[in-house]
Design a protein around this ligand. Structure first.
Ligand code: SF4
Ligand code: SF4
Length: 298
């Protein structure tokens, strides 16, 4: 889809055909080229914005809810499907299609996408797909490559405009989405899950709220004792009181601390002292139980 104009593009994500892609698809780097264009003049214009599964990232939701002037809670209620499955490890949020015969995207108008400059990541990427490897010895960011999602129904491939992968990504404004995507992967691809960890339902709920329902999370941050218990820079606290991106950054740090025990938050000294005191008491009482020695708690 073309990124030249607010009304230019359509296109949605295609379910990754993981093994086939790894085995058969040509791997493209930033300087590889392809021909493609999407504009109102192509005969298939608008046809690919129906009946598609579009997985939304936290940053997709942030951009869309701001674009539509909705709170995150309103956006999720109106435009999202949040499937709940028993073995679910991390939250999943899908864009809800209209309830019409074609299951059209709610943001599709006669002239194309009506939220074009805030459209979700998968809509920006098409016709490129991205494959990233993560199991590398030096961390989770492994090799990444792009591939072309050629589809017969898409006449954009018959257009003469030539792109390099790098130019396409730049034209589609992918950078900010990629940065947030990488930060989100630090949660969703955490080694906790590789080691077989499963989050309790209330933790999964917190994961979802902090990442996707930012307005609800803001209420939690400012109306609970959270900020009294942790040492958070005052300017950062002020920023996240009105800035969704600052709040989302905080949400990721908070989740890494609270779900996986990473040292991404600093408890205030008095909280640590109180905690230490309670640990010492437990130790003393533990010895009492184990050894039958009567000791007074400090
Ligand atoms: S968000 Fe826009 S580009 Fe994406 S499927 Fe909907 S109308 Fe198409
Ligand atoms: S099918 Fe291809 S050319 Fe047609 S509207 Fe979708 S992305 Fe554009």
């Amino acid at each position: 889809m073309s990124g030249d104009t607010e009304m230019g593009g359509t296109g949605g994500p295609r379910v990754p055909l993981q093994e086939k892609i790894l085995d058969e698809y040509a791997r493209l780097g930033p300087d590889d080229e392809f021909t493609f264009d999407c504009h109102p003049g192509v005969s298939c214009f608008n046809c690919c914005c129906s009946d598609v599964n579009i997985f939304l990232s936290p940053y997709d939701v942030l951009r869309l809810k701001q674009r539509l002037g909705l709170t995150s809670t309103q956006f999720l209620a109106r435009h999202a499907l949040v499937p709940i499955q028993k073995d679910m490890k991390t939250p999943v949020v899908l864009l809800k299609m209209r309830d019409d015969e074609k299951k059209t995207c709610p943001f599709l108008g006669e002239n194309g996408c009506q939220v074009y400059s805030d459209r979700p990541w998968p809509c920006r990427m098409f016709p490129l797909g991205l494959a990233a490897q993560r199991d590398t010895p030096d961390g989770w960011r492994g090799e990444r490559f792009y591939f072309l999602l050629e589809e017969d129904a898409c006449k954009g491939f018959e257009e003469p405009r030539k792109w390099s992968v790098r130019d396409w990504l730049e034209n589609q404004g992918i950078d900010a989405y990629d940065d947030w995507g990488e930060a989100y992967k630090e949660l969703t691809l955490h080694e906790f899950f590789d080691n077989g960890g499963v989050l309790a339902p209330e933790k999964l709920e917190m994961f979802f709220t902090a990442c996707y329902d930012l307005d609800k999370f803001r209420a939690f941050v400012f109306e609970s004792t959270l900020l009294q218990r942790f040492d958070v820079d005052e300017d950062f606290v002020h920023e996240m009181s009105f800035d969704d991106e600052a709040l989302l950054r905080f949400a990721f740090l908070w989740l890494r601390f609270s779900l996986f025990g990473e040292p991404t938050m600093r408890p205030r000294p008095e909280v640590l002292e109180a905690f230490q005191g309670s640990v010492d008491k437990k130790r003393v009482f533990g010895r009492t139980r184990a050894g039958g020695i009567v000791e007074a708690a400090p």
